[in-house]
Design a protein around this ligand. Structure first.
Ligand SMILES: NC(=O)c1ccc[n+]([C@@H]2O[C@H](COP(=O)([O-])OP(=O)(O)OC[C@H]3O[C@@H](n4cnc5c(N)ncnc54)[C@H](OP(=O)(O)O)[C@@H]3O)[C@@H](O)[C@H]2O)c1
Length: 244
């Protein structure tokens, strides 16, 4: 079993949803966390709640305002994270969004927003932290999607971005594994979050919950260095369409 205490994680898009679930699980397990979002995080109630959790578990947390589409933002955020916590040895490239429309109705703005956030944002995240990961035999995980392996109507931009993330993470894993860096693409199905303006409620009971993603990340980090699950498909066990 690998000891998780004293690790330092950087999570993009930790203000809500999956990123928040992962931040909570890491803090509880002794890992300090820097998380990002587009909004002014210093006035964000999420940061206050995470600070209470961090105090309880003797860890640190810092919220950083940074848009994953902006390389300067990401460079500044990674520097500030390392100043506050120390070297980063765990990175979760999670920030993402979805725009869905038939391809002939897909606007240029929505296309670029999807690709720039979901795909280029993952590249920028690795680019600014690769050196620290290589120096400290760290772990990089990207949150892709089942949409990164199954395509569907209306998904041209989202599928393109998530197929891209899956391919990017797998190819980068081949580049960095010899430095001792682990890389995993996590590909969830439906998760109860605020994705695409959804409001989580009781009808989401069948969906994967954000804490389930937190649990998977902790389990991956706990795995022996010699083993690497490089791609994980995560499904709700009983989606309504599969009910008998
Ligand atoms: N929910 C699902 O069913 C599902 C399934 C498979 C994969 N995923 C993937 O999971 C990831 C997280 O989504 P979610 O479901 O947790 O959605 P969510 O609840 O809407 O959370 C999205 C997070 O991404 C952040 N974000 C969005 N654009 C950003 C940008 N340009 N720069 C920095 N942060 C940004 C948001 O922060 P701010 O709004 O504060 O900026 C927020 O923290 C995404 O990559 C999504 O594609 C979701």
């Amino acid at each position: 079993m690998i000891h998780l205490k004293h690790k330092n994680a950087f999570i993009t898009g930790g203000t809500k949803g999956i990123g928040l679930g992962i931040a909570e699980a890491l803090l509880i397990n002794g890992i300090s966390v820097a998380f990002t979002g587009r909004e002014q995080i210093s006035v964000n109630s999420t940061e206050k709640a995470l600070k209470l959790l961090a105090d309880e578990h003797n860890t640190k947390v810092i919220g950083l305002t940074a848009d994953v589409r902006n390389y300067e933002d990401m460079s500044r955020a990674s520097d500030r994270a390392m100043q506050a916590l120390g070297p980063i040895d765990c990175v979760i490239a999670n920030a993402g969004l979805g725009h869905f429309a038939p391809v002939h109705e897909m606007s240029l703005e929505h296309w670029h927003q999807t690709i720039d956030t979901n795909l280029t944002g993952v590249f920028y995240t690795l680019k600014v932290l690769a050196e620290s990961l290589m120096e400290h035999q760290g772990y990089f995980m990207s949150i892709s999607s089942l949409a990164g392996t199954n395509f569907f109507a209306g998904g041209s931009a989202y599928n393109a971005s998530k197929f891209g993330v899956t391919g990017f993470t797998q190819a980068s894993m081949l580049d960095l594994r010899s430095y001792g860096v682990k890389m995993t693409t996590i590909m969830p199905g439906s998760v109860s979050t605020y994705f695409n303006n959804h409001q989580p409620d009781d009808s989401d009971h069948w969906k994967i919950q954000k804490e389930d993603l937190g649990q998977i990340v902790v389990q991956l980090l706990s795995m022996h260095p010699r083993s690497l699950p490089s791609k994980i498909e995560l499904r709700p066990t009983q989606p309504p369409s599969f009910k008998r």
